[in-house]
Ligand binder design. Sequence first.
Ligand SMILES: Cc1ncc(COP(=O)(O)O)c(C=O)c1O
Length: 381
Amino acid sequence: MEEELLMIPGPVPVLPRIREAMTKPMIFHRGDEFGAMYEEIVETLKDIYQTRNDLFVLSGSGTCAMEAAIGNLVSNETKLVCITIANGKFGERFGEIAVRYKADAVTPVNVNVNFEWGHSIELEAVKEALENSSSSDPKSKIVTMVHNETSTGILNPAKEVGKLARKHDAVFVLDCITSIGGDKVPVDELGADIAIVGSQKCLGAPPGLSALSVSEHAWEMIRENERRPYYMDLIAYKKSLEKKQTPYTPALPLFFALHEALAVIREEGMENRIERHRGMAKTVRDAVTGLGLRLFPKLNEVSDYSNTVTAIEIPIADGSITDEQLRGGMRKRGVIVAGGQGKLKGKIFRIATMGNITEREVMKTIQVLEEVLVGNEFIKK
Ligand SMILES: Cc1ncc(COP(=O)(O)O)c(C=O)c1O
């Protein structure tokens, strides 16, 4: 049976050499071989992140690192304001996690700066939330945002928000789960105190690992929190890293795969990789608009189209084609694209161009999309 072509925002197709790495015999996770591999993984990720901050790899998917970030900063005993800036499903997730970590309604205070899904973040509203929070009782502040909002295909203004966060002395937590490894994400320059990536996205590795960087500014707040999570205690991660280890048994086959995926990235070079990702996303945008479809994001002067996932409206309004006809038709032809999530279900579909996907697969996807649109008489040939 022919393999299906996964054009979804993770898990992405994994190159045979990366898959094969997972079949290596197990090694002693407290031995030198693991230590050398872990050190190389951490150093390569720091290069990709362009960060001098600490960095750890967690045996858990992206959400695990999101929860690790919030759980280490926030507890019901810490007085702080957590400002979640959201314009899509994943931005909102940070708010949901923050709510879980507070047992009482007073501390910490959660301020949600919500924008409509698919709309851009307005810096004025962020500024206002930060200024208003300065007059409230808790002095410590956290700002959370998603860099590349996968649910809507928008690239959010990390640098601008980072600047605002710094001005208000807030710890800035940035979900770069679907941007790092595929787009330019100079973490320190963006002012991200905690930056997160997922293995199964632009890094081109299998699902199950995530990484996060932690700045000194974030450590100051983490050290104050005596109710940190146990399994994801970042201070335990920091102590273990000094011995080139993880605190608990790492998911070894996934570490082998990530190590190999990072070797692939080094061979390609980050600049080339970013250019390839940008090129593929542009090819998709040009092709779908050329086919008469509309891109979903509503941009403003500080936002952009994502360079790793393209969100496209399903032209349901004119009754020409449904989600099932469109994605189902593509699936029958061997290409899997993603649907809309939550309230966007049935309204948009998403084509991801992440990891080790090439223009060849992009062209196949476009060709199949065109066939389905013609087959459903959305376009005439
Ligand atoms: C921006 C973003 N954040 C968080 C997540 C959640 O990651 P995971 O499914 O790896 O837990 C995703 C997954 O698609 C994502 O795209």
